[in-house]
Design a protein around this ligand. Structure first.
Ligand code: CA
Length: 669
């Protein structure tokens, strides 16, 4: 949710003596319990409730006929077990179709009712938990459903999308606009007859979609969907139930579960994996959050004086370093992987979590499905009581196993800094950023020809492996690529802006690491210049699919980038040693040129059928030449055109001129 932090540098210096604040140290002694029967189980002996709340004075369950209105038809007192810190109650019937809340007495005061923290189904707006038989929500063929197998995470091509962005615009031709079901519709077309929706994704060729938060979040009133309220969803309410506004009927607790599964099944049937954006780092509310209403104090971090700490910038942060919270994150992601067949998790503000938690998350998820890809934002949005060296920061990624982080190095260097709309980057003519771009090209691994001291963001090779890096030039945060280029290149013709867009994305797709793109950029989508569009209306956020015909050349180029990356393992080397050995930068005379990078992928890198691939970027607003080794080269990309098979023609090498803002890719067989 946050673009990057200014904290990136120099964190190692400020290490406090303790993990927790003085205030939080009281929670270390609480009993923990993470059995699979937390909160609700239904079996042949009835319906059973078990709430973890070690310090409550009393606890009770309220049963309802309705998910939203009416009084409780029954209140069940709960019994405490000091060993597990849990409160239990049972009834002999299976209460399918009913709803419930918990209520605890904390220090003599009854708190507000809460659906708890483990509600797997909820009524409208997530106020009450629902009792449903999850098996009845499985679409046909669900037992055999699975996502794509992933051998190396660098084989993944991520497409980040919001449900409403993809389908709300009239030009999408999609019936279930803004819903999970949008991506189950085949044969949808733009007004010009070009593919949209899931067919568009198949045509583009991406391997995974990354869906913005799709658990139940707080900000959209599910009782008033006609208002068409838009939100990114970084305000978590119920972590283990889908968001109601994406279902066709938020008042039917089964609908959101079933429809999300149908979306996942449709994508899996298309060979596309589904990555979920997860926001365990904070809750939408403080005292009124489900965490606080079940176990006051425990799940959030605090400063010494008991105030909420706020590394999320949203009012609070959670305490992954405490066992019950750590296990909660692990069990919740495992639940999504198990029940919904989710193929990956993108951790929002991951550095609020500790490295140990993230290691355990990745290890546990691998047991469910070794193809699950875990990555996150390796930064926080404010200071935290958690010691910097324990934070799952970008700089600490090599302390973790099976976790990747976003490279803000490449992002800011290629298109210009995110904090200044007018700032240009390597791809738009700003000099001096070559070394930072090279850090991205080698996926922040140790490389003999990359001088990290000259890096703008990071000053050392923080990734032990290219599988630890996600490269991108834009995402939902900040100005999208089109807007950023238009603003920073103000006064230049659109032709140049389109050229720069192609160049920027060529750098991402040819770099080592995992490429990541923001939905709609392949059709030159914009957000009308709005950078923080988290609650902007659909008129700002929805993708206009008429653009696909208008910018057909750009779409074809993106399709080519995806295809060439998939066909050529040289762009997806799996170890830092391979990259150091097989990726060689050419000497560039920086006195005569600027914004020029040239390198080769050699030795049939990573089993590539091509012996050598030459990649050259000219980020200057002027044409510039490079001297290509004599030989028989296939032309793969030149002058804004791309052919994954190298069918653009042949070159004998020698002096070769690149137009302004362009990439050249050649290959020797
Ligand atoms: Ca909601």
């Amino acid at each position: 949710m946050i673009a990057a932090t200014m904290l990136s540098c120099g964190l190692a210096a400020e290490v406090s003596a303790q993990t927790n604040s003085k205030f939080d140290s009281q929670f270390m002694s609480w009993p923990v319990y993470n059995g699979g029967d937390l909160e609700l189980t239904v079996d042949n002996t009835g319906t059973h409730f078990r709430l973890w709340s070690p310090k409550a004075k009393e606890a009770r369950v309220k049963l309802y006929d309705n998910g939203h209105t009416g009084e409780a038809y029954k209140t069940l007192p709960m019994k405490f077990d000091a060993t597990t810190g849990t409160w239990s109650a049972s009834v002999p019937e299976k209460l399918y179709g009913k709803f419930y809340t918990f209520q605890i007495n904390s220090d003599g005061k009854w708190l507000k009712e809460t659906p708890g923290v483990w509600a797997k189904a909820v009524g409208v707006n997530g106020d009450r938990a629902a009792i449903i038989d999850l098996d009845t929500t499985d679409p046909e063929g669900w037992a055999a459903d699975k996502g794509p197998e992933v051998k190396s995470f660098n084989d993944v091509i991520v497409y980040e999308m919001h449900h409403r962005d993809m389908s709300m615009h009239p030009s999408s031709g999609i019936a279930n606009k803004g819903k999970f079901l949008a991506l189950t519709e085949e044969g949808t077309l733009s007004p010009q007859g070009l593919k949209t929706g899931i067919d568009h994704l198949k045509e583009l060729g991406v391997t995974h979609v990354h869906i913005l938060p799709s658990y139940d979040y707080n900000s959209v009133d599910e009782l008033n969907l006609q208002n068409n309220t838009y939100n990114w969803g970084y305000d978590p309410l119920n972590y283990n139930a889908p968001e109601g506004s994406y279902s066709t009927n938020p008042s039917d607790p089964k609908a959101r579960v079933r429809e999300m599964k149908e979306m996942i099944k449709a994508l899996h049937d298309a060979g596309i994996g589904v990555i979920m954006d997860v926001v365990y780092n904070h809750t939408a509310q403080n005292d009124d959050s489900n965490f606080e209403l079940t176990a006051p104090g425990y799940y959030h971090r605090h400063w010494d004086d008991g105030r909420y700490s706020d590394a999320s910038g949203c009012g609070n942060e959670t305490a992954s370093d405490l066992q019950q919270m750590r296990d909660y994150i692990i069990n919740s992601t495992k639940y999504w992987a198990d029940e919904y067949h989710i193929d990956g998790f993108r951790f929002d503000l991951m550095a609020i979590h500790d490295t140990e938690t993230m290691n355990q998350v990745a290890a546990e998820l691998k047991k469910v499905n070794p193809s699950i890809f875990v990555y996150g934002e390796g930064w926080t949005a404010g200071d935290s009581p958690l010691q910097p060296e324990r934070r799952a920061l970008k700089e600490n990624v090599s302390k973790m196993q099976g976790i990747a982080v976003f490279s803000d190095d490449l992002r800011d260097a290629v298109k210009g800094h995110y904090t200044d709309a007018a700032d240009r980057g390597f791809a738009t003519g700003k000099p001096g950023l070559e070394e930072t771009v090279k850090i991205g090209i080698v996926a922040a691994t140790d490389h003999p020809q990359v001088d990290y001291k000259k890096g703008n963001n990071s000053k050392f090779p923080y990734a032990k492996s290219p599988e630890m890096i996600v490269n991108y030039v834009s995402c939902h945060d900040d100005l999208c690529l089109t807007d950023k280029l238009r603003k920073s290149m103000a006064g230049e013709p659109e032709e140049n802006v389109l050229s720069a867009a192609k160049l920027a994305q060529t750098i991402v797709f040819t770099s080592q690491g995992t490429p990541f793109m923001f939905a709609g950029e392949e059709v030159f989508r914009d957000k009308k210049g709005v950078h923080n569009s988290y609650n902007s209306p659909d008129s700002i956020n929805a993708i206009d699919w008429s653009n696909k015909a208008k910018y057909k050349d750009l779409f074809d180029y993106y399709k080519g980038l995806v295809a060439i990356r998939k066909a050529h393992p040289a762009f997806r080397m799996t170890t830092a040693a391979d990259i150091a050995k097989n990726l060689k930068f050419d000497k560039i005379d920086t006195k005569k040129t600027h914004n020029l990078i040239s390198y080769s992928l050699l030795n049939h890198a990573n089993g590539d059928k091509w012996a050598e691939i030459k990649v050259v970027f000219n980020g200057s607003d002027k044409a510039q030449s490079v001297d290509i080794k004599k030989g028989d080269w296939l032309i793969v990309a030149q002058d804004g055109k791309i052919s994954p098979t190298g069918a653009l023609g042949r070159s004998q090498g020698g002096k070769t001129t690149l137009p302004p803002y362009s990439a050249l890719i050649l290959a020797r067989e």
